[in-house]
Design a protein around this ligand. Structure first.
Ligand SMILES: Cc1cc2nc3c(=O)[nH]c(=O)nc-3n(C[C@H](O)[C@H](O)[C@H](O)COP(=O)(O)O)c2cc1C
Length: 354
C-alpha cells in the first residue's frame, strides 16, 4: 500500500477511533483511518484489552495502526508483531503530550532525543515490510524546537512519510497551529508530509493546504460529531439533512451495539458521540439531557428517532453551520473543546492500561 493521493485521514484518536466510528468516517470520505494509539509495553505483555483494540472489521478496506513505546527496542519488537497482523500501515506516535505517557518516555517524550527517533524508526523499519510513518509535534517547548532534527532522523531511519501536528508539546488547543513551521518542515522534507491541527472545516483544510503545501491532511477533533467533514473537504460544503443525520447516528448505534452489546462501556462511549452529533441542530438541549441519563443503546436509538421527528416537525431539515464564521471564537464557546481536553488527558489511561 502507498499513501493515497492527497489523502484526508482520520487521526488515531484514543477512546474514539474504534471500528464503529472508523466505519462512519470511511463512509463519509476518510481515505485512511487508524486504530487508537497502542502501547508497545501493553502489546508485549499481551494485554487482552490492547488486542481487542487491534480488531479490524471485515468492511475496513484500509487500516493503519499506531504504536508508542519507551525504547527503540520495545517499539521494534511490537512492530514485528504488528507486521504479521492485518494492518496496511504502521505509525509511531511521537507527539502524545499526556503526562502519564511522556513520563515513561513514550509519545512526545522522544522529541528531545533525535538520536532515539532515528534508532526507533530504523528498528521499526527493519521489522516491517509495511509503510512506516511517524507523527510528531514541532518540539517539546519554545526553548526546544526540534522538528528539523526529528524530521532528518526519521528520514534517515527510513520513515515513508511524516505527520506534523503544528503545535509544541507544551501547547494546549488554545494555541494556534503554526502553519509557517509546517510549511518550513514541508520545504525541508524529502518524504511526504501530512498536516494536522485545527482542521475543523473545509475552510481550515484548504487554508492549511494552501499555506503549507502539505501532501495530505489529518483530521482529529474536526471529525467528532461531524464525520461529513471528510467529504466536505474533498467535495465542497455539504448540507446535512435530518434524514442523513438520523441514518448516520442509527448506523453508528447499530454497529456499536453489534460490537459491545446494549449497555456498559459501549453505551458510555456512544453517549459521547451522540452529544457531539447533537451539535448544529436547534433545540438539542432536550436530546442532550436525555442522552446523559440513558444507559443503553436501544433507548439511545429511540431518542435519535424522536429527535429527528421533532426536527422535521419544526421544519429544521438541514443542520446549521457548525462553526461561527469567526474562527477564533470556536474555542470560547464550543463545549466540545472542554470534552476534548478531558479525553486528551485520558489518552495515557486508554493507551497504557492493561
Ligand atoms: C480525544 C483525542 C484523542 C487523541 N488520541 C490520539 C492518539 O491516539 N494518537 C495520536 O497521534 N494523537 C491523538 N490525539 C491528537 C490528535 O490526533 C491531533 O494531533 C490533535 O488533536 C491536533 O489536531 P486537531 O487540532 O485537529 O484536533 C488525540 C486527540 C483527541 C482530542
Amino acid at each position: 500500500m502507498g499513501l493515497p493521493f492527497s489523502p484526508v485521514i482520520l487521526a488515531p484518536l484514543a477512546g474514539v477511533s474504534d471500528h464503529p466510528f472508523r466505519r462512519i468516517c470511511t463512509q463519509n470520505g476518510a481515505d485512511l483511518t487508524y486504530v487508537e494509539m497502542i502501547s508497545a509495553t501493553a502489546m508485549l505483555y499481551e494485554s487482552r484489552r490492547t488486542y481487542e483494540m487491534l480488531k479490524r472489521h471485515d468492511s475496513e478496506q484500509i487500516l493503519g495502526v499506531q504504536i508508542t513505546g519507551k525504547t527503540a527496542d520495545e517499539v521494534g519488537r511490537a512492530v514485528a508483531i504488528l507486521d504479521k497482523m492485518n494492518f496496511d500501515t504502521i505509525d509511531i506516535n511521537m507527539g502524545c503530550p499526556v503526562n502519564k505517557v511522556v513520563r515513561t518516555g513514550c509519545g512526545s517524550g522522544i522529541l528531545r532525543d533525535p538520536q532515539r527517533v532515528y534508532e526507533t524508526t530504523k528498528l521499526a523499519k527493519e521489522n516491517t515490510g509495511k509503510p512506516l510513518s511517524v507523527k510528531i509535534r514541532l518540539g517539546w517547548d519554545c526553548t526546544t524546537i526540534t522538528w528539523p532534527e526529528v524530521l532528518d532522523a526519521a528520514e534517515k531511519g527510513g520513515a515513508d512519510w511524516i505527520t506534523i501536528h503544528g503545535r509544541l508539546r507544551s501547547d494546549d488547543y488554545a494555541v494556534a497551529v503554526d502553519l509557517e513551521a509546517i510549511a518550513a518542515l514541508k520545504r525541508r522534507a524529502k518524504i511526504p508530509v501530512i498536516g494536522n491541527g485545527n482542521i475543523l472545516s473545509r475552510g481550515d483544510a484548504l487554508y492549511m493546504r494552501e499555506r503549507t503545501g502539505v501532501d495530505g491532511l489529518m483530521v482529529s477533533r474536526g471529525a467528532l460529531g461531524n464525520p461529513w467533514v471528510f467529504n466536505e473537504i474533498k467535495q465542497g460544503d455539504l448540507l446535512v439533512s435530518i434524514d442523513q443525520w438520523e441514518k448516520m447516528a442509527l448506523d453508528h448505534l447499530a454497529w456499536q451495539q453489534e460490537e459491545y452489546g446494549d449497555s456498559g462501556a459501549g453505551a458510555v462511549c456512544m453517549r459521547k458521540h451522540l452529544l457531539w452529533y447533537a451539535k448544529g441542530w436547534p433545540a438539542a438541549k432536550k436530546l442532550r439531557e436525555a442522552i446523559s441519563h440513558t444507559g443503553n443503546l436501544p433507548d439511545c436509538a429511540s431518542l435519535v428517532r424522536e429527535f429527528a421527528q421533532d426536527q422535521r416537525a419544526a421544519g429544521a431539515t438541514n443542520r446549521l453551520t457548525v462553526w461561527p464564521a469567526d474562527t477564533d471564537n470556536r474555542f470560547v464557546w464550543d463545549p466540545k473543546y472542554d470534552m476534548d481536553r478531558q479525553l486528551d488527558r485520558g489518552v495515557g489511561d486508554d493507551g497504557l492500561s492493561q
